[in-house]
Design a binder for this molecule. Structure first.
Ligand code: FAD
Length: 417
């Protein structure tokens, strides 16, 4: 089913009765050419690109819950290409370009809004670091503008510029950064993959990975065994557990990250704003809710909910930056499980098992990576070669120490930063 303005008007006039399910609900087949474990953003995007770019359509995405129930439907929806280090920089740059054509590629409204992202800085040292990052972004072909205090005030007049602890010195403005509706991205990719013949199988948990003589043969699931020539583990916060089924111990810790949304308000925040001193970020959804978040909770967990100390920390940061927010009522908060790598950068690679691939380690920044990650993993699975923008996302960098990408400058303990 295609979408158009005409269709929306017609359905509105005739009782919305003509819409059909946007993807099938197939029974699993006995065998596929490729299986993607995990129906989050990355898994669905991988399936879509395998079908679209490489003509591989005998594929299944196996999702233990429902599409959009994982982190892809739980994040704060920020999309940007403002990474600093070679390796990350070109990957996120490529991913943002795919965002810019996604709605046309999928014929699906994901509400991608390039409203601009402003990262604030609060000291001379921080300004220098942001100037360097901005130069790296521009060298990569992306956009970055260093704003002084008055430049920030023009965009964000409601901030507390003279906070005694954290006065605002300026900000790094990334006009092509913005937001998208997170679960629509999952639905759009699911629909696009389904249209190309991919089986999307929900309520199908992978419980084992079949390996013979170092070669992957298929998976065991809650709905029976399924054979496959290629299998990809794309399960975000569950990466450690699923990789263990293949005898792998990953350099990943799973941590909780919380998010918050207020009641719907009239338009007040036009951009995505990030506070340089408190790891706080905020935007306003199209429904009017202020959507915001902060740091991970500082303990490893598989629970999709967080604890009060981090809630308090996030509210503190919000009040420091924009005291007006104290008048808004928080409607809901929730958590997701983050696959944290030691250097804060992801992994897209083959494994020691022939035919078994892994895509994980997106930490708390994997939503913006969804199109690029799927494109690059599909390339690797179909051709056997690393896609150039993702060529540095190797698993063995954690064994050798060569090629670590410590984007946040937090040393080897990114999960504790
Ligand atoms: C609160 C919060 C805020 C965030 N904010 C941002 C942001 O603003 N910008 C940004 O870029 N990123 C953000 N992120 C990070 C981003 O959401 C994740 O990095 C990304 O969504 C992870 O990839 P995914 O979509 O594939 O994960 P998921 O949607 O979690 O997909 C993994 C899927 O695997 C399934 N699965 C697990 N085990 C099995 C199994 N055994 N068998 C079958 N299926 C299985 C799960 O059910 C799940 O659906 C945020 C995350 C959270 C939680």
């Amino acid at each position: 089913m295609g979408y158009s303005g005409f269709r929306v008007i017609k359905e509105g006039l005739f009782g919305q009765k003509g819409w059909k399910p946007v993807w099938r609900d197939p029974e699993p087949k006995a065998e596929y050419d490729a299986i993607i474990i995990g129906g989050g953003g990355h898994g669905l995007s991988t399936a879509f690109h395998l079908a679209k770019e490489h003509g591989m359509t005998n594929i299944a995405v196996l999702e233990k819950g429902y599409i959009g129930g994982g982190n892809v439907g739980r994040n704060t929806t920020i999309v940007r290409a403002n990474y600093f280090l070679p390796g990350n920089s070109e990957f996120y740059s490529h991913s943002l370009k795919l965002w810019e054509t996604m709605e046309q590629d999928l014929n699906y409204n994901v509400m991608h809004s390039q409203r601009g992202l402003i990262n604030l800085f609060h000291s001379d040292g921080q300004r220098d670091a942001f100037a360097r990052r901005g130069n790296a972004m521009v060298n990569q072909g992306d956009d970055a503008i260093l704003l002084d205090r008055e430049g920030v005030r023009e965009h964000l007049p409601y901030l507390d510029f003279d906070n005694v602890r954290f006065p605002i010195y300026g900000g790094l403005y990334h006009p092509r950064g913005g937001t998208a509706r997170h679960d629509a991205v999952a639905w759009g990719y699911a629909r696009g993959a389904d249209q190309r013949g991919v089986d999307i199988i929900q309520n199908c948990e992978v419980t084992g990975i079949d390996i013979e003589n170092g070669v992957v043969k298929g998976v065991q699931t809650s709905r029976g065994a399924i054979k496959a020539k290629k299998v990809a583990i794309v399960v975000a916060g569950r990466s450690g557990q699923v990789a263990e089924m293949a005898g792998m111990r990953l350099p990943i810790e799973s941590h909780v990250l919380q998010a918050f949304v207020t009641e719907g308000l009239k338009p007040v925040i036009d951009h995505v704003v990030s506070f340089g001193m408190g790891h706080f970020y905020i935007s306003q959804s199209d429904k009017g809710g202020l959507v915001f978040g902060g740091d991970i909770d500082f303990y490893a967990s598989y629970a999709s909910r967080g604890n009060l100390p981090m809630k308090e920390h996030v509210m503190d940061a919000a009040m420091t930056l924009m005291p007006m927010i104290g008048k808004a009522k928080v409607l809901r908060s929730w958590g997701g499980i983050m696959d944290m790598t030691p250097d804060g950068s992801p992994i897209i690679d083959k494994t020691q098992t022939e035919g078994l691939f892994i895509n994980c380690g997106w930490c708390y920044g994997g939503f913006k990576a969804v199109p690029g990650s799927g494109f690059s993993l599909a390339h690797l699975m179909a051709t056997g070669n690393h896609h150039a923008p993702a060529a540095k996302f190797r698993l063995d960098r954690f064994r050798s120490g060569i090629g670590l990408m410590d984007e946040e400058g937090t040393g080897s303990q990114h999960n504790l930063h």
